[in-house]
Design a protein around this ligand. Structure first.
Ligand SMILES: Cc1cc2nc3c(=O)[nH]c(=O)nc-3n(C[C@H](O)[C@H](O)[C@H](O)COP(=O)(O)O)c2cc1C
Length: 183
């Protein structure tokens, strides 16, 4: 499949076949796509925690509910496996720190690109994904032993789509998001 066709056809899945399990082999291929991803100064400021046991998934499902019961994933009980993306301290070049006074300047973008590569690898394996942005940091630390203050930036849900009907991508028009040579 042409790469742009993968971009056009991949979509966030919010309806998974419950009980259809993603193999560890496939999960490791997905993680490998993240591990191979680029990062600022090659700092690789991430830890990927794969969550696929029933007990750990129950905890994860609780940790992606925030205050007042809000969650980005009301469908979370159907998901075969999750990957938690934890931001690690980035060892970047001294010039980056001197300029931005911040070691983590590139880290959220690095994690986003790793997650996106994982989504595309999952898609190429016939799997479906959805990124989940909101989580309860305190619960994540308690349930998964994440060191205090290491931000959970994303959670990726992975499974088999219950419905593969193509949907149109809703995107801003090209001329609104792109220009050549000046703003
Ligand atoms: C950082 C980030 C956080 C997201 N969080 C959620 C979420 O909590 N729940 C959800 O259903 N979708 C979530 N999404 C998916 C977006 O809603 C989705 O990517 C967007 O609507 C475009 O649709 P598409 O992925 O099908 O092309 C998130 C996406 C990103 C990049």
């Amino acid at each position: 499949m042409d790469f742009l066709d993968i971009m056009k056809n991949r979509r966030s899945c919010r309806s998974f076949i419950p009980g259809k399990t993603v193999s560890r082999e496939d999960l490791l291929k997905i993680v490998e796509a993240g591990r191979l991803s680029p990062s600022g100064c090659n700092s690789q400021p991430w830890k990927f925690i794969v969550v696929d046991s029933p007990e750990a998934k129950a905890k994860l499902c609780d940790a992606i509910v925030v205050e007042n019961g809000m969650t980005g994933a009301p469908w979370r009980d159907q998901v075969s496996a999750f990957i938690i993306f934890v931001e690690q301290e980035a060892k970047v070049m001294p010039s980056v720190v001197a300029h931005y006074h911040d070691t983590q300047r590139f880290a959220p973008g690095d994690i986003g690109s790793a997650c996106m590569n994982m989504c595309h690898e999952a898609y190429s394996l016939g799997l479906a994904t959805c990124m989940i942005g909101m989580n309860d940091q305190q619960k994540m630390e308690t349930y998964f032993g994440i060191p205090a203050g290491r931000d959970v930036r994303l959670v990726l849900a992975i499974g088999y789509a219950a419905d593969n009907t193509p949907v149109n991508k809703v995107r801003k028009p090209l001329d609104e998001v792109c220009s050549f040579n000046c703003w």
